[in-house]
Write a protein that binds this ligand. Structure first.
Ligand SMILES: [Zn+2]
Length: 230
């Protein structure tokens, strides 16, 4: 996914730019006064299941890179590695896709929204024209999701050689429509020669999956929680 402009491209595609911006403004106002976006059920400390969303798929390849291939393949690989780790920690898992299929953003949100007591974790990779930029970013919309974003980011940033570009709020469609806490992980930049090559390797994607799983586990069970294999 291409950073912030993508969210507006998604919104634009459905002709809802101004409505989206108005909703975002309303959300920000609501968040300041209530601490939680209305319509989002705060399961961030109680969740028993995790919806795992591999970004893109089918005719939507996401970004492509000479260093790392197609984003849709990398996101699916991370999620396929992530699922058994999350399930092994005792959580129900639901995948929005488990093969190279195009799933509309609204369907991804709907799959999550019909679950009970879950959080939603979307996996993407980033790109930009400035090839020097690198690092992991985690996005969220509702403040209920901020701590999940922080925990996942901290775990990825702890991978040797990885770096953090922080957690950020964004109006991505897949987050905006979520009825449960939801985060979107931009694991790293395909456009950076070093990080791109790392993101293109199965070994690094295994580390990313471990880090995301650990972040989820820490969110639910506290800082001392460990994955089954640890
Ligand atoms: Zn993406």
């Amino acid at each position: 996914m291409k950073n912030i402009p993508t969210s507006f491209r998604e919104a634009s595609a459905s002709g809802k730019v101004s409505r989206g911006l108005a909703l975002a403004a309303a959300c920000v106002a609501a968040c300041i006064f209530t601490g939680c976006t209305s319509g989002v059920k705060d399961t961030s400390r109680t969740f028993s299941g995790v919806v795992l969303d591999a970004g893109h798929g089918g005719h939507d390849s996401g970004t492509t890179s000479r260093y790392a291939g197609r984003e849709k393949d990398a996101t699916l690989d991370v999620v396929m590695r992530l699922r058994p780790k999350v399930a092994g920690a005792g959580f129900r898992t639901v995948m929005t896709r488990s093969d190279d299929t195009f799933i509309p953003l609204s369907t991804r949100a709907a799959i999550s929204n019909r679950q009970s007591n879950v959080i939603f974790v979307s996996v993407h990779f980033n790109d930009t024209r400035r090839s020097a930029i690198r690092g992991t970013e985690v996005y969220y919309t509702s403040p209920c999701s901020a701590q999940i974003a922080r925990n996942i980011l901290n775990q990825i940033a702890a991978i040797p050689g990885a770096s953090s570009r922080g957690i950020h709020t964004a109006n991505f469609a897949v987050l905006r429509r979520a009825k449960y806490p939801a985060v979107l992980v931009e694991c790293g930049f395909f456009s950076n020669p070093i990080e791109g090559r790392r993101c293109g390797s199965g070994a690094y994607r295994e580390l990313l999956a471990e880090a995301i799983a650990r972040g989820i586990l820490i969110q639910r069970r506290g800082a001392g929680a460990m994955l089954a294999a640890e």
